[in-house]
Design a protein. Sequence first.
Length: 341
Amino acid sequence: MTMKRICLCPLHRLPVAALSLTILLASAANPARAYEPYLFKTGQPQIIVYPNVFLTPARLQNTRLFRLARYIQQQDHEQLLHFVKISLDEMAAVYYEEALQAREKSLQSGKDRDKLIRWSRNSLAFANRLQDLGNRVHPGSEVELYFESFGVLYILVEGKPVLVSSPVINRQQALEQRIINRVCRDMTCTDQLLRQPDTELPRNIWVHARWEISDNGRHVLKTKKGLNFIFPDLQDKKRRQRVCLNIARDLNLVADALRDAREKGLFIDWGYLYLDVAAGSDKYDLVINQFKDALRLSLAAIPWLNDYPQVVIPWLQARMEFRDYQFDFYNARELVMALSQ
């Protein structure tokens, strides 16, 4: 541990020359200002062992709707019927809305007009089937709820299965919330029943950064964990800082997720790492070995990782081993331009 020498003499008792020298020495010892902290919140990474999801965030395996449906399954038949009718009704409404939106877009689009019209017709037809099925549910109907792994919920009406899903994959949560709101208006939904599990809470990513001027006069946005973004000037400083902080946020998230995967016993093949867009999602899959095991992540700024992964990997390896490693982005200006388009 480095010990600091403390002057016990009050500054107001020092001669003026000595006081000036003290201030000068203090400034020389701290030529750069402190790192500024920046907080980013993101979803918990999902570990996937190909071809099955091995560890998933609570969003997939224990959604609020999933828990509510399990609770209703244990109640009387009347409440189960009520839940089924509401679910079918809300799904039909969502598909009606999607059909209308697609129809309106088709009137404004030339290239995708036929595709939008077909989607509008299909959505409308499915909405009508859902509405008809809901209308045929009566007190004597045979209804069931079927739960698949990872939060997939089916409704069975007289043996006919219907997947509770939105027509647009990234609006699934909005559909589930609509169902929850209507069900909970008519029955007691306790806080404990609907409370978000701890594993569903966002992950905090801290980036500590500051601007410095290098020996050759270049401007560098330095992060405390060794990511240095080098610019020839300070033009458009705010935008550059925002993009670079997002890159640092993503790389820190990747490093943390890789450490989590290794602790779970997954093999990381550094020569096989690459990013892939997760099908039907706005997230990315970071494939970590030839077995196609992957980490599903919400990334903001590093889809370019596939272009030159070998230069980032030493920094990631050092982070996993808690070693210091400096990685300089000499092309920071080009990266900012590419990621701002």
